[in-house]
Design a protein around this ligand. Structure first.
Ligand SMILES: [Zn+2]
Length: 75
């Protein structure tokens, strides 16, 4: 599932949004602003960093997820 993290530039809220389509309109759930910045998925980012750091594919999930299969973040 393509879930991305967003950061609202208006109220500084971080939130996750399930993104369907290539150019979705994402609205902050807190202040309804569309002035949001997409962040790389935390899970994908950490997995990628781990991949680079250890030279082997990460398989133990990611630090930000409580689960190990990353089913909630698509990683
Ligand atoms: Zn906001």
């Amino acid at each position: 599932m393509p879930i991305y993290e967003y950061h609202c530039n208006k109220c500084d809220k971080d939130f996750e949004e399930l993104v369907l389509g290539s150019n979705p309109v994402v609205t902050c759930p807190e202040c309804k602003s569309q002035d949001v910045a997409k962040k790389m998925s935390t899970c994908a980012f950490k997995a990628g960093a781990n991949f680079v750091g250890t030279g082997k594919k990460a398989s133990a999930g990611c630090g930000s997820c409580s689960s190990t299969n990353c089913s909630t973040c698509g990683g």
